[in-house]
Each structure stands twice: as structure tokens, then as C-alpha cells.
Ligand binder design. Structure first.
Ligand code: GDG
Length: 586
């Protein structure tokens, strides 16, 4: 039975080693949840890195780890510390991540990390090849594994491969600066289906493929020699039910069941009932625009001083990639900004910014979403941004205002939120003012529409849409598109040819009967080719046609004297047995 193989940098389980025993705990992230419908039962396998380097894994625990992972339908790719440094912290996060988010000045182009990226991608591909059968469906995730599709395709030409990019694909002008741009595109083009969050990313990708590799591209199909690759957008959703139900449960909790955080938030709300809470939640990443948001907050308080002591900004910044220098600098910058703004504006009864640099349990995340009046998310560039969707899903009474950056992929689907340009402080200050004063009815009107959309286009639908499209693509490829000539297929063709009562043979010229030449006039037929064509044309009950997009003058000169049948100029001119067909005479 065909199985589904999912590949991502990290597995959907976290490994813990304590007292020589291994436990694998399922992750609760968006991807793991979304893939539940795809990754279930015994017919699917998830391949990825376990999060522990070879140096951190005692040899005697290897088989225990494998067993623990197998219980969750997972299988590990082993990586050394050096590989993690070069592949993940190096090429993935110091080259691709900044470049694809338009932070060109942060992008480092180092040959060594590119080499490690290639070899680690090969490790992932080998792990797939070891487990995959020809009729399996393979879904590769994200920018860490862009070379994997082609590496798998080389060894298993008929397997079905889908790739989804979770981050933006930049415009051609940015992408072309990457020294290994062609290799990366060729890697991705090993797929049958390539998915992006938005139509814009898809458009940028197609433009780069067309300009750098030059294959035929028609709408969102790329035509390679023997395959058609579909490129499409699949905006990722969230587990809507999980968030809205958790919020409902929070609303019904009695005092004793509330978290410490919720109790504190309630106390502040009760002491200043008119005060508004702004919320921002992001990984601590320069693409998320946290420092800009802090500056914009200060700008807002200077422009609208009447809100001093009436608003509070809660920032949850989740530690991320802290051994990449840019992230360390950012952390320092944010610490200083928060310190300076609080130092300058605080009063004895008011601290304008509450800053949490940590990851919080899901329960606390819901406390924050449901308590804060305004979610303020201003990434400078973001593939999608799921936090925006989660905030709206938790607003079960439909109140709450979402202020969202136009530069987030999710802005395309969340037009009813207040969209802002993260660089326009004037607009941001005015939008915060508008959000504070937005009537409840308007909030509910906007959120009703948003919630309906989020409920319908949830993460399960996203995963199913992608899988269905991948399966359809394979089917289309099998039905309409050329098939690779294997020995088996060749034998079948020969057998059918010999036993046929009547035969109609169409022979393409350039690239088939003659090789491609820079100067097309050089691809003239030689004696050997004439001999072959004479033999085919002379066979009994056989009609042979030469077909070409070339001009009729050339083909008349080369073949008319032989009286072969010809269909030339893409079908505009036809000749049969040395004579132009009457109906085609002009
Ligand atoms: C990449 C792309 C794209 C955050 N803090 C805590 C916590 N979270 C959870 C949120 C949300 C997720 O992390 C963050 O997702 P985002 O989409 O906002 O951002 P990235 O991590 O950058 O993800 C992004 C995404 O991939 C999917 O394709 O949207 O554009 O950059 O689910 O809830 N969860 C918990 N505690 C926290 O403190 N439990």
C-alpha cells in the first residue's frame, strides 16, 4: 500500500533523555497539528532531525530512540554538531532566511555552509530513499530542504513529490543575488507540486524559474523535458477549533482554576477598567519588526499623550536561533529599547511595556489572546503569520481589534483587520487611536467575517488541499504528459508496433531526429537519418509524418524530394506524399 512520507527539518516530537530513558513528546506546533489528517495510521512516516546531535546521543540509546520515534510514526536523520552549525544555523538561517525576507545586508554567502547544506540535504534524501517505494507520496517542508526534491527524483523518477515553502519567496531581483540560485531552483523543480502561502510568492518563483532556467512556463505550470510541475498557493490556516474551544473554556473557568498570569491580568484590568492592553507575540526575529514596533509605540505615546497610563503593551518574544549573531544583537537592541522607553515614560502606577522573553505554555498564550483588547502584529516581512489568525480565533465574543502589517502573508486573507505599513509611524499611531476607539459593534462585524473564513480555511483543509492537488498532479502527469521511456515501456511499444494492423507514426524533428544546434540550419538531416526514415516510410500499412514548428521552406528543401508526409509550422502547413495538401494551400 502506498504511504505518505513527510519530511521537515525537525520531527513533530520532542525527545527527552532522563536517567538513561527516552521519552518522545508530540509537539503542539501548527505544522504538526495541520498534518494530523495526513500523518495518521500506519501508512505514513515523518522523517526529520530529532533535535539531538550525534554528540549528544549516547550510542547505547540509539535503538531506544528509534523505538520511541517509531511509536509516533517518525524516523530520524542523524546530524553532527558541525552539520547542524553549517546547515541549520549557517546556510538556512544566515543565508536563505535573511535573503528570502529581503534582509540582503544580513545574508552571508559562504561556500563552506553551502557545501554542508548540500550534504545534509543529501542525508535527508537518502533517508527518504531508504524508506520510499515507487508509488509513495512525499511531502517536503521548507527552506532548509530545498535540494531534497531533485535528489530524490534522480533516484526515483516516478515517485510523487510535493514541496511547501513556509517563508516568502523573494522577487527575482533579490533571489538572483544568491550564488547558488540555479542549484536551488533545480532542487525545487524535482517536485511535482510546489506550494506557497500567497500568489505573490508563487509569481516571484515562476519569474525566477523563467529568467534563470528558461523552461516553458504557462500560467502556473512549468514544462520540463518529460514532466510538468505545478506551482500554486495554499495559504496555511490554524487549528481553529483548538483555539476557539480553549478560549471558551477559559471564559467559563472559575477563579480557582485560573492561571497566575490570568489573575494578574484581571487585577490590572479591574484597577483601570478603561485601559487597553496591546499584545504582540513573535519569535525574537528581526523579520518580525519588534524593535520598530517599540519605536512606533513611543511615537504613538508622544503623538497621543492622552493615552499615557491608559494603554499597556505586552510583548512576548520567544527565544529563537540565539547562536546566530544577528539574533544576539537584536536581543540586546530590544532589551535596551524596552529599558529606555519604560525608564522614560513609567510612572509609579504605570509601566507602559511588559516584556516577556521566554516561551509560554499554551494555556498562558490563550490568557493573553483572550485578555488583550488589541493584537498589534507588525512584521517587516512574514511568510504567513499564524499569531494573527490565532488571536481572532480566540475572540469568541467577537470583540478585539487586530492591527496587522501588510507585509505578512496573512494580510491577504484578513482584509477586515486594520492593515498598516510597519514603516509608517504616523499611520500606526493613528491606527492605534482608531483601534482604541473602535465601537464594539464594528469590532464584532469585522471579526464575524474573519472568524468564518478562519474556521473554513483551517489547517486541516490546507493540508488536504495540498495533498489532493499533489495526487491530481501525478494523475495528470500519468494521463496527459509524456512518459519516461523505460526498458519495460520500450518492450511494450515494440510489441504493440509489431502486432498492429495499421500504424501512424509521428516523428518530432528537433531534439528527436536531430540534436539541438545553436544555429538551427546546422541541424540538417544526414545520410543515416534519411536511411532510417526511408525504412520506416517503406513499411507496410504505416503512415509516417515528420512534425515540426520549423518553416515550410526548410522542410521542403530537406524532405520534399523524399515524399515524406510532413506537418510543419506547428500545423499550419501539411504535405502528403510530396504534395502540399489542397486545403492548406494559401
Ligand atoms: C514560520 C513563518 C509562517 C509563539 N509563542 C509561543 C507560541 N507561539 C506559537 C504561535 C504560533 C507559532 O508559534 C508562530 O507562528 P508564526 O506563523 O507566527 O511564525 P514563525 O514561527 O516565524 O513561522 C511564518 C509559519 O512558519 C507557518 O507556515 O506563518 O510566516 O515565519 O502558532 O501560537 N506557542 C506557545 N508558547 C509561546 O510562547 N505555546
Amino acid at each position: 500500500m502506498a504511504k505518505t512520507i513527510i519530511i521537515s527539518n525537525r520531527l513533530p516530537v520532542q525527545l527527552q533523555i532522563s536517567n538513561g530513558t527516552i521519552t518522545a513528546i508530540p509537539s503542539v506546533g501548527g505544522l504538526a497539528t495541520g498534518m494530523k489528517s495526513v500523518h495518521s495510521g500506519g501508512d505514513s512516516l515523518w522523517i526529520g532531525w530529532s533535535g539531538l546531535t550525534d554528540e549528544e546521543t549516547p550510542d547505547e540509546l540509539e535503538s531506544q530512540i528509534d523505538d520511541a520515534l517509531a511509536e509516533h510514526g517518525s524516523s530520524k536523520v542523524k546530524l553532527t554538531q558541525n552539520e547542524v552549525d553549517g546547515f541549520y544555523f549557517g546556510f538556512s538561517n544566515r543565508t536563505v532566511w535573511p535573503l528570502f525576507h529581503y534582509f540582503m545586508e544580513y545574508s552571508e554567502f559562504e561556500w563552506e555552509s553551502w557545501e554542508i547544506y548540500k550534504s545534509v540535504n543529501q542525508k535527508f534524501a537518502d533517508a527518504i530513499l531508504e524508506k520510499a517505494d515507487n508509488d509513495d507520496v512525499i511531502w517536503v517542508h521548507d527552506y532548509q530542504l530545498m535540494l531534497v526534491p531533485q535528489m530524490v527524483r534522480e533516484k526515483r523518477p516516478n515517485v510523487s513529490i510535493g514541496f511547501f515553502l513556509h517563508i516568502p519567496f523573494p522577487s527575482f531581483e533579490i533571489f538572483r543575488t544568491l550564488p547558488w540560485r540555479k542549484e536551488v531552483l533545480a532542487g525545487l523543480l524535482g517536485s511535482d507540486l510546489i506550494g506557497f502561502h500567497t500568489y505573490d510568492y508563487e509569481r516571484h518563483f515562476l519569474s525566477s524559474v523563467r529568467r534563470l532556467l528558461g523552461p516553458e512556463v504557462s500560467f502556473n505550470d512549468i514544462y520540463l523535458d518529460d514532466r510538468v510541475i505545478k506551482v500554486d498557493s495554499f495559504p496555511m490556516g490554524i487549528d481553529y477549533k483548538k483555539f476557539s474551544e480553549a478560549a471558551k473554556e477559559h471564559a467559563q473557568r472559575d477563579e480557582s482554576k485560573k492561571s497566575e498570569l490570568q489573575k494578574r491580568l484581571d487585577t490590572h484590568k479591574e484597577s483601570t477598567p478603561d485601559a487597553k492592553f496591546f499584545l504582540s507575540i513573535d519569535r525574537l526575529d528581526y523579520t518580525k519588526g519588534i524593535a520598530k514596533r517599540l519605536n512606533a509605540f513611543e511615537y504613538f505615546l508622544n503623538k497621543y499623550p492622552q493615552y499615557k497610563e491608559k494603554v499597556r503593551l505586552i510583548i512576548l518574544a520567544v527565544p529563537s536561533r540565539s547562536n546566530v549573531p544577528q539574533y544576539q544583537l537584536l536581543k540586546k537592541e530590544i532589551d535596551e529599547l524596552v529599558g529606555r522607553i519604560n525608564g522614560e515614560l513609567s510612572t509609579v502606577s504605570w509601566t507602559p511595556i511588559w516584556y516577556f522573553y521566554r516561551s509560554m505554555p499554551f494555556d498562558n498564550l490563550i490568557d493573553l489572546y483572550t485578555t488583550c483588547d488589541i493584537a498589534w502584529l507588525t512584521p517587516i516581512r512574514d511568510g504567513m503569520n499564524l499569531v494573527a489568525k490565532e488571536y481572532i480565533a480566540t475572540r469568541t465574543d467577537k470583540t478585539g481589534v487586530l492591527i496587522l502589517s501588510e507585509m505578512a502573508g496573512s494580510a491577504n486573507e484578513m482584509n477586515e483587520s486594520l492593515l498598516i505599513n510597519p514603516n509608517n509611524f504616523e499611520q500606526i499611531a493613528d491606527t492605534l487611536d482608531k483601534a482604541i476607539n473602535m465601537p464594539k459593534e464594528e469590532q464584532q462585524q469585522r471579526n464575524t467575517l474573519l472568524r468564518k473564513r478562519l474556521e473554513r480555511y483551517n489547517v486541516e483543509k490546507w493540508a488536504n488541499d495540498f495533498m489532493n492537488s499533489l495526487l491530481n498532479q501525478k494523475e495528470k502527469d500519468r494521463t496527459y504528459i509524456s512518459r519516461r521511456l523505460s526498458v519495460d515501456l520500450m518492450n511494450t511499444v515494440m510489441k504493440n508496433y509489431k502486432s498492429a494492423n495499421k500504424r501512424l507514426v509521428f516523428l518530432d524533428y528537433d531534439g528527436t531526429l536531430a540534436g539541438f544546434h545553436k544555429d538551427p540550419q546546422m541541424a540538417k538531416p544526414d545520410e543515416e537519418l534519411y536511411k532510417l526514415l526511408d525504412e520506416i516510410a517503406a513499411q507496410e500499412d504505416t503512415d509516417m509524418y515528420l512534425i515540426s514548428g520549423r518553416d515550410k521552406e526548410t522542410f521542403t528543401k530537406w524532405f520534399m524530394h523524399k515524399e515524406y508526409n510532413m506537418i510543419v509550422e506547428h500545423g499550419v502547413w501539411i504535405s502528403r506524399m510530396g504534395k502540399t495538401l489542397e486545403c492548406w494551400k494559401r
